[in-house]
Write a protein that binds this ligand. Structure first.
Ligand code: GAP
Length: 474
């Protein structure tokens, strides 16, 4: 059970001290909205990614993979509408110079506005607050706030041999979403893999957005990873496919241990320029004190392929032999943020538990145990192997077991400190099983296997360990 709410500060500090997530460039004072992933963060992120890929590729037979480049021809983002209209409304405080996303600023005054609201609608709300004398900077209380204006989220870079001769030809964008590469490779995939229609293309990779404020730890960052799947289908099938994909993605969260009562659907009333229908899956973050979006499921119509066909002059239609019909496929998109999902899984797994321990004099005392109740498939380390005491005979046996199991699983060997402290350390990084080698092991070749969540221990023969874990860690 949580003993108290997991505040964002506490969560951020936990992620840093346990080697999951570090603020980037810290020795230079940090770089807003950018984070690095430590050993355990990296492993957890890989496991989430693999769980997503497994569900898309191994559990189905109609989706293929792609790894497209981050840089794409600049026309990509003109065709997609991003250069013209991928922006957020921004308000500046003239006094303390802090910058706000206007919709977030309005939320501070209890006004909820759809994130696709027009700039005029936003300014009308801001003006109403201003005229009532209520609009002030949440940081310094100044009433000198600018009107909202559009701020492009596109991150620019340049390519070319002559850096000092920067012109429009050299300007390239770091992709703001990974799906762009999928549309550009659609033709190659069709011509080389000949997928049976309807089919999907999935990819995981970095995306970059010039977010105005990136204040909620790794929830909203300027560099992040997306896991996106674009499903190419006939327009007549949109309704059915939309429901199927909504259900498919919802079930994935349940399968990996997110309780259904912490999930919610949110239907967008105002849609992005490309979308014909859009729902978000929201998760109830303890660390953000409420529900927030983790994934979008969008019906994108044939906007993307039509636009890229128009701007490139290349036909991107599809001949479906079963229908005997040529058409531009419509697209169903599932789009999840990998870093955001990592935050969600950690937020959901974090538990504090009051337990009774025995001190050196043998009397009981109350203590708090922190544990990450991660699904074992997601846990960064699967098994820790611990000699009960730092004695050569126990160390030798424990290392022998460690060397065998590490061929199959990410394992840790630890001989430092009391056994209680070592268990606690593994609980905090979410290791589901600890094997302890004691004197009985030397006599009958059995070990104790301790379960992270229940703290129950059972004796398992060393020769049975592989079979035992094969059933526990799928
Ligand atoms: N291709 C559609 C698309 O990119 P989106 O709603 O802008 O749609 C999809 O983004 C998902 O990507 C979000 O639900 C979120 O999980 C993640 N995401 C978007 N912006 C992010 C940011 N600045 N930091 C972290 N994750 C982000």
């Amino acid at each position: 059970m949580h003993m108290q709410r997991l505040t964002l500060d506490k969560f951020t500090s936990f992620c840093k001290t346990r080697g999951f997530v570090y603020p980037s460039s810290e020795i230079y004072g940090g770089l807003g909205g950018i984070y690095d992933y430590g050993h355990y963060g990296y492993l957890l992120k890989e496991n989430i990614k693999n769980a997503w890929i497994k569900s898309m590729i191994q559990d189905r037979d109609d989706v293929t993979l792609l790894d497209s480049a981050i840089f794409m021809h600049p026309k990509t983002w003109i065709a997609s509408g991003h250069v013209d209209s991928f922006d957020d409304p921004m308000v500046d405080c003239k006094h303390c110079k802090l910058r706000y996303r206007a919709d977030h600023l309005l939320e501070e005054f209890g006004i909820k506005i759809d994130d696709k609201a027009s700039i005029d609608e936003i300014n009308a709300e801001l003006d109403a607050l201003r005229h009532a004398g209520n609009l002030k900077c949440p940081n310094c209380d100044s009433k000198e706030l600018t009107s909202a204006r559009r701020f492009s989220l596109m991150v620019k870079s340049n390519l070319g041999s002559t850096v000092d001769k920067l012109n429009d030809e050299d300007v390239v964008y770091l992709r703001p979403e990974t799906c762009g590469g999928i549309y550009l490779e659609y033709k190659n995939v069709v011509e080389t893999l000949h997928p049976k229609f309807p089919f999907g293309i999935a990819q995981v990779g970095k995306a970059f957005r010039n977010e105005i404020v990136a204040r909620q730890f790794i929830y909203r960052t300027r560099e992040f990873e997306q896991m996106e799947m674009q499903y190419f289908h006939h327009p007549d099938d949109t309704k059915q496919k939309y429901e199927e994909w909504k259900q498919f993605r919802w079930n994935w969260y349940l399968e990996y241990g997110i309780p259904e009562n912490k999930l919610q659907w949110y239907k967008h009333e105002k849609l992005a320029h490309y979308a014909t229908d859009a729902y978000d899956i929201k998760y109830k973050f303890d660390s953000l004190d409420g529900f927030a979006e983790v994934e979008g499921i969008h019906a994108r119509g044939n906007w993307d392929l039509s636009q890229h066909s128009k701007y490139s002059g290349i036909k991107l239609d599809f001949f479906d032999p079963e229908r005997n019909e040529k058409f531009i496929p419509h697209i169903m998109e599932t789009s999840a943020g990998l870093n955001r999902l990592l935050m969600m899984f950690l937020d959901n797994a974090y538990h504090e538990q009051e337990i009774l321990t025995t001190d050196n004099e043998g009397s009981g005392k109350k203590d708090t145990r922190i544990l990450l109740r991660l699904d074992p498939r997601l846990s960064p380390v699967k098994i820790a192997i611990l000699p009960l005491m730092k004695k050569q005979v126990l160390i030798r046996k424990a290392k022998e077991i460690f060397n065998n199991l590490k061929k199959l699983y990410i394992c840790e060997y630890d001989e430092s400190g009391s056994i209680g402290k070592r268990y606690r350390r593994q609980d905090e990084i979410g290791t589901p099983y600890c094997i302890t080698v004691d004197y009985q092991t030397l006599e009958d070749n059995t070990t104790t296997v301790r379960d992270r969540d229940s703290m129950n221990q059972e004796r398992i023969h060393v020769n049975e360990l592989k079979v035992y874990f094969a059933e526990k860690i799928l």
